[in-house]
Design a protein. Structure first.
Length: 385
């Protein structure tokens, strides 16, 4: 097992009818900016619950943060924060609203030339403006981690940021929120969380037995609850297991002491930036090709995953590893997620070269051994056409 530090300061308030607890978490003298997305919270009762909980708090609202949170929109919100002397942020939404809020938490205290530098120059935020979240969509784990991904339509870029100052102070996780989520977004959430675990697990063994079994148990739980969540989002047992699995998939725990890959996400972000494909779907497109391309380096772990998660008992290591890739692709397809780039766009020619060019410009070497070069990314993306 590798050495590690582990600190996660986010307070989780989990369960039925917990949105009302917001009022105990926000300082009485705070001036709050409530941030939300395209308006789903106004149709499903979440907005009302939040407003009731904040009845005695000084609150201003900023809605309209789009999926794949857009820099230009967030800069409008930053102006509100400065003009209104906001001291506390409250994100009510999925990964996009929470990530947008993290950007604002960082930008509100940043004194450089332009907040875009936080993304392009990898400026880590040691202390941001404090913020809490009310999670409305289980998927990203953003509610209990310190990372964010921001999109800039003007340049068709999608870049990551983070730092220890960007953990939410608290996050409210009421699994009942999933009852209003469209099937497409439920499938996305299952796929995203599943892939988060894979990114932190499908590398090489360092003898971290517990981390492996944490990861496998999250994968098994997602496989078990997926059909139930899709069939009946009012099934509270399924919803609560789904929500907690998504949070645990990316709150730092399972990645401690083990190598991480994350190349699938890095290639996937380019597909969202170029074509606007939903984040989770880009992962389903890249994952099978990535594992086939890096088969030799990952086959031991692929076979272990095949045995423990998919009950593949027959054959050699290679057989089990191949079968595990096929099972993974079939799982995404059963959720209703297409796994080829050409399923999403007719305009895919040249994408592999564009990804290679961007990774070369950024000097990126990816994967658990930093051995995945831009030319490898080109080949993987081309395999995914
Ligand atoms: O905008 P509204 O109207 O709220 O509608 C949203 C949006 O259209 C809707 N929705 C959310 N909760 C709902 C609901 N509709 C009905 N009922 C509810 N309860 O769902 C749509 C998608 O929302 P979004 O927040 O975009 O989805 P998700 O949570 O999947 O977030 C995706 C973003 O997170 C980033 C992705 O790259 C993408 O930008 N990620 C963030 C990560 C992190 N911070 O750790 C890690 C991930 O790998 C990922 O990169
Ligand atoms: Zn993801």
């Amino acid at each position: 097992m590798n050495n590690f530090d582990f600190k996660n300061p986010t307070k989780i308030i989990f369960g039925k009818d917990t949105i009302k607890n917001i009022k105990e978490e926000i300082p009485a003298d705070a001036k709050v900016l409530l941030l939300y997305g395209g308006g789903s919270i106004k149709k499903n009762g979440i907005y009302e619950q939040v407003k009731t909980a904040l009845a005695n708090v000084d609150v201003i609202e900023f809605g309209g943060i789009p999926a794949n949170p857009e820099y230009a929109t967030l800069m409008d919100a930053l102006k509100v924060i400065k003009d209104e002397k906001i001291t506390y942020l409250l994100a009510v939404g999925g990964g996009s609203v929470i990530d947008g809020t993290k950007f604002l938490s960082a930008a509100a205290v940043y004194d450089g030339d332009t907040p875009w530098d936080i993304l392009t120059k990898n400026i880590r935020t040691e202390k941001g403006m404090p913020f809490g979240t009310v999670l409305t969509l289980p998927a990203t784990g953003s509610e209990m981690n310190s990372g964010a991904v921001i999109t800039r339509e003007e340049t068709k870029e999608k870049l990551a940021m983070g730092g220890p100052g960007l953990f939410p102070v608290f996050s409210i996780l009421d699994p009942q929120v999933i009852t209003s989520i469209p099937q497409r977004q439920l499938a996305n959430g299952l796929t995203d969380a599943f892939t988060h675990v894979l990114e932190q697990y499908m590398t090489y063994s360092v003898g971290a037995l517990l981390q492996d079994r944490f990861a496998e148990s999250i994968l098994q739980t997602l496989v078990e609850v997926a059909p139930k969540v899709l069939k009946d989002p009012t099934d509270y047992q399924a919803a609560s297991n789904f929500m907690w699995s998504c949070t645990m998939a990316l709150n730092g725990l399972i990645q401690k002491g083990v190598p991480g890959d994350w190349a699938i996400h890095m290639m996937g972000h380019e597909l969202t930036a170029l074509f606007g494909i939903d984040h989770a779907r880009t992962l389903a497109v890249i994952t099978p090709s990535h594992y086939k391309y890096n088969f030799e380096a990952k086959k031991e772990k692929l076979a272990q995953y095949g045995e423990r998660v998919w009950n593949i008992t027959e054959g050699s290591i290679d057989d089990k590893a191949y079968e595990a890739i096929a099972k993974t692709e079939a799982f995404f397809q059963e959720l209703g997620i297409d796994t080829k780039l050409s399923d999403y766009t007719d305009n895919f020619e040249g994408t592999a070269e564009e990804v290679e060019k961007r990774f070369t410009e950024r000097g990126w070497k990816l994967g658990e051994r930093q051995a995945l070069l831009p030319e490898d990314a080109k080949k993987i993306v081309r395999m995914a056409y």
